[in-house]
Every structure is written in C-alpha cells, then in structure tokens.
Design a protein around this ligand. Sequence first.
Ligand code: PA5
Length: 476
Amino acid sequence: MSRRNENWRKSMSLRIDYNNMMSKYVGNEQGFDDNIFVKNKNNIESAYSQVANSRGKGMMGWTELPYNQNYVVEDILQTAKNIRKKFDNFVVLGIGGSALGPIAVFQALCHLRHNELPKSKRKAPKLFIEDNVDPERMQALFDVIDLDRTVFNVITKSGATSETMAQYLIIMNLLKQKYGDKASEHMIATTSSGSGSLIKIAKIEGLKTFYIPDGVGGRFSELCPVGLLPAAVVGIDIKELLAGAKYMDKLCLNKNVRKNPALLSALLQVLAMRNGKNISVMMPYADSLKYVADWYCQLWGESLGKAIDNNGDYVYTGQTPVKALGVTDQHSQMQLYREGPFDKVITIIGVDNYRTDIEISKGCEDISDVNFLCGHTLSELMKTERMSAEYALTIAKRQNYTIHLPEVNAFTIGELLYMFEMQTAYAGAMLNIDAYNQPGVEGGKNATYAIFGKKGYEQTKKQMDNAPNKDSNYIC
Ligand code: PA5
C-alpha cells in the first residue's frame, strides 16, 4: 500500500484503549463509570469550543503548522541537502522546547545508534543536541567533532535564553578564530523574527535564519523549523511528520469526545487528577519512544502546572509528569505503580509492529525455566510484557490506558506529538488555566539574568539580595 494513500494513512491511525480506566476493570472506587461523558458534558463541550475558537489565534498558532509551511519546508529540505553534502556533524544549541522535540523525533525515527554507525551506513550527519551548559559536556562535544565538518543550529524562541546564548557565544568565537569571515557558514539561527537578541545577531553576522512563527511557544514548536530542520538533516521525512499531524488535527475537529483522541485523553487525565491522581506516568514500550516521554513531560508539566487560573484565582493546579520505559521500568518503578499510593494514572504507549525483530534462540531444551522463551521473538516478549503490565496494574486497581501505534514512522510520530499538544490544549481549557505561559520558568531565567547583572533586572537583583542568607546551622 502506498504511504501517501488514504487507506495506508487510516491503517496508521493511533488507537486509545481506555478500558482500564473504567470501574468495570479497576473497581468503583478508582474507576470511571459510563456516565463520565454525560456528567462532564458541559466541561467537554466548553473545552472543545474554547480550543476550536482559539485555533490559529494568539498562542495557538501551532494548530496551523500542518497547513501553512509549504514554502519553509522546501527551504528546509534544500538547506538540509546542502548540509548533508558539506558536513558530518549537525549540532543543535537549545534548551527546553528548543531541544526536547528534536531529541524525541531523532530517537524515534533514526537508527537507534545513528551517531555510532559508520558514515557509509549513516548517510547523514551525526546529530548532537546540546541542551545543557555543563562545561564537561561541551568539552566532550569538542573532543568528538571536527569543526571543519560541523554546522551548528542555535535555536531560541526568545532569542535571549542564557544557556543557549552562552553556548552560541563560545562556539561563534571558536568559529571566528578559525574561519574569520566564513564563520557564518557553520552557524544557522532559528528564532522569532520580531523579538529577542538572536535575530539582531543573526542579521549582523549574516546567518542563515529560520523563523519560529508567532503563536508557537517553545514546547509546541517541534513541528516548525525548530524540529523540522534537524529532522530533515538526518533524513527524516518531514512532510510525513506534518501529514501525520494534519491527520490528527482532522480527528481533533470531531466534537464527539469518543471520536476525538486528544479530547478523550484530556478528559481521562483531568478526571483522574480530580480523583487525586496527581501523577501522570508516560510509559512507552519502545526505546525509540523513550524521549517522546521526556518531551511529553515538559509539555504537560510546563503547560498545566499553574498557580493562577484564568479568573485570577489561586488554584495551584497541574499533574506531575513522570517518564518510564517499558519494559525496563517494570523492574524498578512498577513496584511503586502497583503497590504505592493511588496517585497515578499510567499512559502506556504500545507498538503493534516493531521495525525489526529477532528470534530468541533455542539451545536450552533441558532447562524449562529458560526454554519457555526459546522460539519466540523479542517483539513478542515486549508486547507480552506490556500486556502483563496492563493486567498487573489493572488487577491492583491502578488506572491505566494504552495508546497503540500501528508502527513507529514519521506519520505516526506526527500524529502522536500533535495529539499530545491538542490534549494539553483541551486539558488547559478544562482546568481553566493558560496552558501557554510559563511564569515559573521565566522566574528562574530572570533570577539568572539578575545575578549576572543583566540590564533591566536590577529590581530582581535587589529582591534577591534581600532574601535571608543561608543559615550554616542547616548545612551539615
Ligand atoms: O516551552 C517553553 O517556552 C520553554 O521551555 C522554552 O522552550 C525554553 O525555556 C527555552 O526558551 P527559548 O526557546 O526562548 O530559548
């Protein structure tokens, strides 16, 4: 079946199995009854309309990304082609939303050991995503890249984030020392067109620049040049990523909560939260999706963790996201999930068809404790362990639901990421909070600016200087 064919796309629809959220399976005390859709009709309808009415406006510019990027996609593809010809390493400098999406998509859609593959097999530059300012990490990067064969992509929406700009300054200095006027050939900027310092610097330095559209916040930016350029450089089909997002967007236009995966998932999470389940565990059963869980943690935590609601009342809301990996964490955190407090809802991501499989070899016929594995495959073992985990959680009355991906490919990853973004938008509406601001994150950024003496942060510095000094009695 052709990949662009409508039937193929339908066959790639993700499915949500929420049986184990219901009282029939986890009991009346923990589970939901069939009335949830009727009982929460007003909340569901109002969240749906709020999101529908805000699409493409204000900070919901991200809903347009599957539709309005034809021109920029061509530019990205051409740039990526040129990079692949000239360079062996592509290094992203960014943090938070400017790094987690690129990391998630790289891990999901490239060879799991992409950077370790020999060049002849890799067929694309190595990708490094540097989302910290640990000096040891930066030194380690310098030890493995050849500057002559490296291009950097500095990504910051605000154009001012200390960590990213510090990295930029160090690297640009190195490039200038080595290449003089030609330094700019090794640096690409991705930033907002109308604000921040990076755009000014990019103009002065003559950097190739991609723009983060207005209305696309950091954690909602994976499907714009922030994520699309790194993905295209390593050979990911970015048109398919966007096609998957568009397919999901259409599903999310459905008013019927049972047919709108993001609205349904938001409802399940918000109701669980109202029942005291303040922890949202994201547990994919695939190494390729490990960092999708990381990306989700930022999206969910930073969007919903808010002190004040839209009426200005203190609500201190949010659900703590936790990442886990199946099956690895069945041998660690699962103990807590099954027997600890009833404060978690567990989202499992299952994969129907892994992209490869390996048979478990025979050779232990006389030892039945091991022999039972022989002749099966690793994908069978993964799927069986996932089903066993679902069963074990369910009989322990732990609410869980499973998002099934038919397989991991650019289309399904586009669907999945976009679904989580929409789910976040609906949950924000249900909680009556602004899912797009991040005063808590800004607070940390501003304190750093103040300590380093950045102009405009004198007041913050004064407040910090007036804070009580550390008491040595409390340091042991
Ligand atoms: O989601 C967000 O807005 C944040 O996590 C940002 O992505 C993060 O703080 C980095 O900001 P910037 O892209 O402006 O450097």
